[in-house]
Design a protein around this ligand. Structure first.
Ligand code: F0G
Length: 482
């Protein structure tokens, strides 16, 4: 399956599912899109879906569910305690992720809250391949900090490094020696490293990290939110694993971690999340947090219907036909746009295509938030909602200074089995138009900047009248069309 070709002379993806429920989309006129952007404070999180044509803000909680998931949701066992739905989720976690003890949580960041409160004390430092926004926020909230240890070349946006998510083992060892194990609560590995473009780590690297963890007696925690896609790319890119099943690869990776946690909003096309382990003493340490923050131990803030959907979704992660859909569409989007000269993050990763906004908008300074500006400009010219992944998504330092992000990316998420190939072609076409007119894109500045996770609720404004100029150019080129 991994390297199947569907066309004789072309490398095009093919939908291996049929669409049986549809939702009508609206492509509103550009004048409305501009008004919507103003109302949203030029932050795509502030947009209403009534104004959005293709919603590519995330793949989280919006992957298409399967008929089997929907069927399972109908036979959920509603009970505060001891629900059979939870028993089915436990069994799925054990079968697919190989972990016996499961703590349910309402979503991924809730797992991060539990981990941070249980294991991190003020002054601790957590080494990781790369942070995710919510992970960092929870670690900072309990007085800890992080250090990111991907290889230097992982941050080269245009590259052919197949495993940019790998931890640099020399850096990890040097960090542990310098810091001392007593200040390191655990090592964290994130599957398909989200913020550097959905880039995977290799099984080889995970084995090496495990060896270091063993040598220093440190715990290894895996963020498995995007583990399915990471495993799929291992199968494609890591020769030793090409012939193994998805199940083998998933279990191999999770078997190396002491604790595995996940956002089921990504991992199983559903909602919710979980923390799992085979070490009973770790389970017991975390257990108390569940009734405190989430709900009883057999639902953890999730509805039983979600729990049923997670159980089925976890088994579906073993199906390469299902898991391959989003990465192959992303690969097509990235490689087609790249060939047109649009600066894309390569190699194509998972969860979405990423545009290098620093290069796209090389006439803007980084403190004018090029990724945020590009996200706004792209929505304006296409109705496609992407997400800023750059300085707007990072955090100021203690003195209040802006910390410029390693990369300025526009993320265009491709949720599983939601969009068709012609919709992806529309995205490429509008990206190309915007790229031809990129000098019209101007900067942004804050008008409202919250202290925590500012990118969600913050509001910005353009530093000049550039959105109007872009709209005028669009009207010139497209006439009255949308
Ligand atoms: N870890 C990773 C790697 C994630 O990508 C996410 C969420 C979380 C943890 C937090 O999970 O949303 O269920 O609380 N990523 C979403 C995204 C929000 O759009 O990339 P959550």
């Amino acid at each position: 399956m991994s390297n199947v070709k569907f066309y004789k002379n072309q490398d095009l993806p093919l939908e291996l599912h049929k669409v049986r429920i549809v939702q009508k989309l609206h492509l509103v006129p550009i004048e409305r899109r501009l008004a919507a952007l103003k109302e949203a404070g030029f932050n795509t999180f502030g947009l209403s879906t009534n104004d959005v044509f293709l919603d590519m803000i995330t793949d989280s909680g919006v992957n298409a569910m399967s008929d089997n998931q929907l069927a399972a949701m109908m036979q959920a066992d509603d009970a505060y305690a001891g629900s059979q739905s939870f028993v089915r989720m436990q069994k799925a976690v054990e079968d697919v992720l190989g972990k016996r003890y499961l703590l349910p949580v309402h979503q991924g960041r809730a797992a991060e809250n539990v981990l941070a409160r249980t294991f991190i004390k003020p002054g601790d430092v957590v080494p990781m391949n790369y942070h995710f926004t919510t992970t960092l926020a929870h670690i900072l909230e309990v007085g800890g900090s992080i250090v990111e240890l991907v290889s230097d070349n992982a941050l080269e946006l245009h590259s052919d490094n197949p495993f940019k998510g790998n931890m640099d083992i020399d850096k990890l060892v040097a960090f542990i020696e310098e810091t001392g194990v007593e200040k390191i609560p655990f090592i964290r590995m994130e599957a398909s490293t989200n913020l550097i473009g959905g880039q995977p780590f290799s099984v080889r690297n995970m084995l090496d990290v495990r060896q270091v963890a063993d040598k220093y007696g440190l715990m290894l925690v895996l963020d498995a939110s995007l583990l399915g896609e990471n495993a799929f790319l291992v199968k494609q890119r890591e020769k030793e694993w090409a012939e193994n099943s998805m199940g083998d690869i998933l279990k191999m990776i999770t078997g190396l971690a002491d604790i595995v946690y996940f956002s089921a909003r990504k991992l199983s096309s559903s909602r919710g999340g979980g923390i799992c382990t085979n070490r009973h003493e770790l389970y017991q340490k975390m257990e108390v947090m569940i009734p405190l923050f989430e709900g009883f131990l057999t639902y953890g803030g999730m509805s039983v219907r979600e729990i049923e959907a997670i159980a089925v979704g976890l088994y579906e992660t073993l199906d390469e036909t299902m898991i391959s859909q989003s990465p192959t569409f992303i690969k097509y989007l990235v490689e087609t746009a790249d060939a047109k000269g649009i600066p894309m993050v390569t190699p194509a990763g998972v969860l979405g295509a990423h545009v290098n906004a620093m290069e796209f908008c090389d006439h803007l300074r980084q403190d004018e938030y090029p990724a945020g500006a590009l996200a706004a400009a792209f929505f304006l010219c296409s109705g496609v909602r992407g997400m800023e992944r750059g300085t707007v998504s990072s955090v100021r330092d203690e003195a209040g200074n802006e910390v410029l992000s390693d990369a300025e990316l526009l993320r265009l998420a491709v949720p599983r089995r939601v969009f068709t190939l012609s919709q992806i072609n529309y995205v490429i076409d509008r990206l190309e138009w915007l790229h031809d007119n990129r000098k019209l894109i101007g900067g942004l500045r804050w008008t409202y900047e919250p202290r925590v996770l500012r990118f969600f609720m913050g509001k910005l404004e353009p530093t000049s009248n550039w959105p109007h100029r872009l709209m005028e150019k669009f009207r010139e080129d497209f006439g009255d069309s949308l």
